[in-house]
Ligand binder design. Structure first.
Ligand SMILES: *[C@@H]1O[C@H](CO)[C@@H](O)[C@H](O)[C@H]1NC(C)=O
Ligand SMILES: *[C@@H]1O[C@H](CO)[C@@H](O)[C@H](O)[C@H]1NC(C)=O
Ligand SMILES: *[C@@H]1O[C@H](CO)[C@@H](O)[C@H](O)[C@H]1NC(C)=O
Ligand SMILES: *[C@@H]1O[C@H](CO)[C@@H](O)[C@H](O)[C@H]1NC(C)=O
Length: 354
């Protein structure tokens, strides 16, 4: 039997699908902020970036406030389900000898940024550098469990999801009382973020990571906590322009790292477009409101959904849950889009088992 190029590609993909269905499930490691935190901050005694109280989690299994910064599932939870794996547990919930560390871990921490001093007023959070240090520690434990060879394979085959940078704006550059916004022009600030992210991604690579999915930033000028700063409740154009600059610099960085790091497979995952589309056309996705939060906490300070808040009746009609974070329903729409762009046509990543 002869095969032309197209047939061979189809054949390889089919083999990948069938082996991933029967062999070991995909291992994922998640790094990020409150958009992907699944409870790490619950273990930081003095952290003010917490969401382990009602009404958070009201639409999660058992109506439990787990430390997720939304009413239900995070985008990461939904993507894990699509991959046929459980959502990786928070790093700080695991004991070092737990076998669970072999199946994927979530290091994300609410309030975290690329820069160490981002979110400083939350007192405690795991910055991106802290998260990498946690990964480095756990990496040694994995090696001790399964041996060097198997550990290297595990790191190499795993998929690393990274979504970081929103807080470097929302809880740093955009805060008038912090130094960074005054000290740096936006151009210089983006350069600082990119040179830092460059070091962080190289460090992750040095630690064995090869398949990395890096999310760009959503239109932060349209989140309720930013809209309230305009007289008419509009999106802040200047903030969205900054985000677009960040995104285009990040894309350049990833393309260059993809070339300079041998065997690295970096994916630039576009969050901006699906989120912007959802915000501009909520009705076409079955939503009614995208310019205010379900929890009605649209203020430029605070903005989390506190137990005394009055929440909306139909949470599925709102794109935003609190002044910063999308609802479970919005996360489902965004996760769908991300999943199909990351996994549907990327031969760098084994397609999901079903
Ligand atoms: C953050 O702090 C750590 C430890 O003090 C330091 O090694 C690292 O370079 C800092 N990272 C950034 C991004 O400033
Ligand atoms: C939000 O959008 C609705 C229409 O979807 C509009 O009636 C309302 O005035 C907007 N509110 C603000 C603050 O812009
Ligand atoms: C990096 O290379 C892989 C192929 O190895 C490709 O699928 C991916 O799109 C590239 N990433 C970027 C950011 O160009
Ligand atoms: C991947 O799929 C999306 C939508 O399904 C499409 O718009 C895009 O062009 C595809 N990308 C590649 C590299 O084939």
């Amino acid at each position: 039997m002869t095969m032309n190029g197209g047939t061979i590609v189809t054949f390889i993909i089919t083999v990948m699908v069938s082996t991933s269905a029967t062999a070991t499930p995909m291992v994922t490691f998640v790094f990020g902020d409150s958009l992907t935190d699944v409870g790490n901050n619950n273990f930081l005694q003095y952290s003010l970036a917490r969401s382990d109280f009602p009404w958070y989690g009201i639409d999660y299994d058992g109506r439990k406030a787990t430390g997720r910064f939304t009413n239900g599932r995070t985008i990461g939870d939904i993507i894990s389900t699509k991959l046929g794996i459980p959502s990786p547990p928070p790093y700080l919930s695991l004991s070092p000898n737990d076998d669970a560390i072999l199946k994927g871990v979530n290091y994300a921490s609410g309030g975290a940024g690329i820069l160490n001093d981002t979110g400083v007023y939350f007192i405690q959070r795991l910055s991106m550098d802290d998260q990498l240090t946690c990964f480095e520690k756990m990496r040694e434990k994995i090696k001790a469990k399964v041996g060097e060879q198997a550990a290297e394979t595990l790191y190499k085959e795993a998929v690393y999801f990274i979504g970081i940078g929103s807080n470097d704006y929302v809880n740093n550059y955009l805060q008038p009382f912090l130094a960074d916004g005054q000290q740096y022009t936006h151009e210089d600030f983006v350069d600082l973020l990119m040179s830092t992210l460059d070091k962080q991604l190289r460090r992750l690579y040095q630690l064995g990571a090869r398949k990395m999915v890096i999310n760009n930033l959503a239109p932060l000028g349209c989140i309720p906590s930013q809209r309230v700063k305009s007289k008419t409740g509009e999106c802040l154009t200047r903030v969205n322009q900054w985000v677009l600059q960040f995104n285009s610099q990040m894309k350049k960085l990833l393309i260059s790292l993809n070339h300079s790091l041998p065997a690295a497979q970096l994916i630039y995952a576009d969050t901006y477009s699906p989120v912007f589309d959802l915000i501009m056309n909520p009705n076409s996705y079955g939503f009614k409101a995208s310019n205010t939060s379900c929890c009605k906490v649209d203020t430029s300070i605070g903005g989390l959904c506190l137990p005394n808040a009055k929440i909306c009746i139909n949470r599925k009609e709102y794109v935003f849950w609190d002044a910063f974070h999308p609802t479970d329903a919005a996360n489902a729409v965004i996760a769908d889009r991300l999943f199909s762009t990351i996994f549907a046509n990327s031969t760098a990543f084994a397609p999901p088992p079903h």
